[in-house]
Design a protein around this ligand. Sequence first.
Ligand SMILES: C[S@@+](CC[C@H](N)C(=O)[O-])C[C@H]1O[C@@H](n2cnc3c(N)ncnc32)[C@H](O)[C@@H]1O
Length: 270
Amino acid sequence: MNKFTISEEDFSSFKNLIYRESGICFNVINKVILESRIEISMKENDIENIKDFYVFISEDKSNLYSFLDKITTNLTKFFRAESHFQVLKDVFLPKLLKDKSNFKIKIWSAGCSTGEEPYSIAITCLETFGMTEKNFHIFASDISLKSLIQAREGRYSKEKMDNVPASYLSKYFDKTSDGSYLVKSFLKKLITFDFHNLMHTGTQNGMDIIFCKNVLIYFDSISQKLTVNRFYDILNDGGYLFMGHTESLFGMDTKFNFNNINGAIVYSKN
Ligand SMILES: C[S@@+](CC[C@H](N)C(=O)[O-])C[C@H]1O[C@@H](n2cnc3c(N)ncnc32)[C@H](O)[C@@H]1O
């Protein structure tokens, strides 16, 4: 069987369309991944010609977003990079709680994938001394509609729960008859899930904390800078930005301050 490949010209058209819409960058190294996703999507939509497929996704936003769902990497887990959650509980939340005693702390999980990150944040808030649901709200968004549906449902297989401390399991999840775990409704109510493309401006503002972890690694430096500057504008003074362990603002011309607290790298707006 012949391997499915696309010409340089077609690769360039798809690459540019994806970049314009999502900030996600493909290059010669990951061309083969893109080809395989295109092949799957063409089969699913019963389209045989690559140029017809390009028209199919470029002329209809819902087709484009279904395709983007195929090319995003949605890998995530509960309490990913535990030091972030530790420093959130021990340092940042107590400080914000004191500073904002009359207001709710607003937290945004940008690129929340299937929901493990915002649920971990919500649990951390409830486990922080003195904090109740009255003190905070979490906004969680992603470009992947499929991931958002899963996030809203909040159902996770047993394997996905490996990183969740045993004491949290019965407190925050219901075990179902098929062995999976369902997030309890009081926890779900603390989070508003919504579609949001980081390449577009949104309605978010006045955030105290932004988690944008393992998202910007898929962007090129121009889109990274645009997004990070937007985060700066959206954050309140004294707010914090958490990024993935392999991501860094080093070398980027931003107004954020760098903090290393017990090994957790966090950026702040002072
Ligand atoms: C690897 S997951 C990271 C999930 C979570 N933040 C974590 O660290 O575990 C990356 C997520 O970013 C989302 N994403 C990629 N490009 C995006 C964009 N332009 N706007 C919003 N979300 C995007 C993907 O759909 C995916 O769910």
